[in-house]
Design a protein around this ligand. Structure first.
Ligand code: NAP
Ligand code: GDD
Length: 376
């Protein structure tokens, strides 16, 4: 069930600056600002930080439909989490607003998770992807630099880097592997990565890069391949859909769980010094292997319903990603706790339940519109 009015109350649109500040906890143990808070990782990170006593501020985009689905439960069950979440309208395309938010919120930790994060879409919207992912990160970094230098207090900045930056470099990939991005998204993430390093070196600021390999969950966007597969298998199992159209089944990815990976982000910023870390499980699987396992959990014969569709091929593909995260394990003490099998199983179970709910609504005569992935 949605609680749209409840969540809207917390968005500070139209409030004068003093009212925004007055509504905040005057002395939280630590205050975090998250861009991309409405995304998969943003929602898990919000839960983690609140459970650790943080006051969390999230930047959300104004959209014509609600984009806060992944955060609704944080409002609807206030007893489950220890602290408050504040949401502020903003966009990585809007530098003046980012500066305003730094001044008003005065965060101790900043997590830059906002991105046009779909690799296939980045070929269609390369310029836009660069504006948000590369220049957007620079806008946030520059606002952070000016805030940190004036305000003091040694705030810390996390930049969400990606294994897509390694692209064509052969696995296993670690912090010493040469970058060779294969998409506008990968190129833009690499620019953001170097902007972050340059600001760290130029101004002596605490700015760290995570280089995260793929991480999934039941909250994964439905156009990424894992969720596209589990969502479709759930619907096929219950007779709500016949076919699943996919692209390259041979690509290999190192898939972990988002909850483990946001814990790594937090550990990166709690480390003594700013640095860059690869975060990965160290095991890779092909898309076909993911499909086979998911279909087995769902009880579906995937060979009868999966078809190849060239629209889902990429102009340049990243064939194999498998991370070597030994530095993060040694220096931070991080390691993943959720296995590949559990990632797949939890996604299949979640999406079977969604399909059951859809079936119940249909049987009761409701019209249900299922959003299908387009070119992604
Ligand atoms: P996601 O689910 O696609 O979330 C992206 C977030 O960015 C959403 O909150 C989105 O808002 C927001 N956003 C997009 N454009 C924006 C803009 N112009 N201004 C402000 N916010 C904007 O991504 P994710 O999987 O959580 O990933 C989080 C970050 O890690 C991303 O930077 C991604 O590129 C990076 N990353 C992800 C993975 C992975 O496997 N998940 C691996 C490596 C790196 P809306 O909700 O309004 O769309
Ligand atoms: N999306 C999608 N849809 N991918 C497909 C499909 C399909 O129908 N069929 C095959 N694939 C293949 C893609 O070609 C790719 O090789 C692989 O599945 C994974 O695709 P995605 O799930 O879209 O993820 P990604 O690896 O391209 O990018 C994700 O991981 C990056 C980290 O390596 C995103 O989360 C990025 O934001 C992230 O940085």
């Amino acid at each position: 069930m949605r609680h749209e009015h409840a969540i809207e109350r917390y968005i500070d649109e139209g409030l004068p600056p003093h009212a925004v500040q007055a509504s905040m906890n005057p002395r939280p143990p630590r205050r975090a600002l998250i861009s991309g808070v409405t995304g998969q990782d943003g929602s898990y990170l919000t839960e983690l930080l609140i459970s650790k006593g943080y006051e969390v501020h999230g930047i959300i985009r104004r959209t014509s439909t609600f984009n806060t689905d992944r955060l609704e439960h944080i409002y609807s069950d206030p007893h489950e989490f220890a602290g408050p979440l504040f949401l502020h309208y903003g966009d990585l395309a809007n530098a003046s607003r980012l500066r305003y938010l730094f001044e008003q919120i005065q965060p101790d930790e900043i997590y830059n998770l906002a991105a046009q994060s779909h690799v296939r879409v980045s070929f269609d919207q390369a310029e836009y992807t660069a504006d948000v992912v590369a220049t957007g990160a620079l806008r946030l970094l520059e606002a952070f630099r000016d805030y940190a230098l004036v305000h003091g207090g040694h705030p810390r900045f996390y930049q969400a880097g990606s294994s897509e930056m390694f692209g064509a470099s052969r696995p296993p990939q670690n912090e010493h592997t040469p970058f060779y991005p294969r998409s506008p998204y990968g190129v833009s993430k690499l620019a953001a990565h170097w902007y972050a390093i340059n600001q760290r070196e130029a101004y002596g600021l605490f700015i760290s890069n995570g280089i995260l390999f793929n991480h999934e969950s039941p909250r994964r966007g439905e156009t990424f391949v894992t969720r596209k597969i589990t969502r479709a298998l759930g619907r096929i199992k219950l007779g709500l859909q016949d076919k699943l159209y996919l692209g390259n089944l041979d690509a290999r990815r190192d898939w972990g769980h988002a909850a483990d990976y946001v814990r790594a982000m937090w550990m990166v910023l709690r480390h003594d010094s700013a640095d860059d870390f690869v975060i990965a499980t160290g095991c890779s699987h092909s898309v076909r292997e993911f499909l086979e396992l998911a279909a087995a959990y769902a009880g579906v014969d995937w060979r009868t319903c999966v078809e190849e569709d060239p629209r889902y091929f990429r102009p340049t593909e990243v064939d194999a990603l498998e991370g070597d995260s030994s530095k993060a394990r040694r220096v931070l003490g991080w390691q993943p706790e959720i296995s590949f099998e559990n990632v797949v199983q939890s996604m299949v179970e979640h999406d079977l339940e969604l399909a059951r709910q859809e079936q119940t609504l249909l049987r009761a005569g409701h019209k249900v519109v299922h959003r299908r992935a387009m070119y992604a």
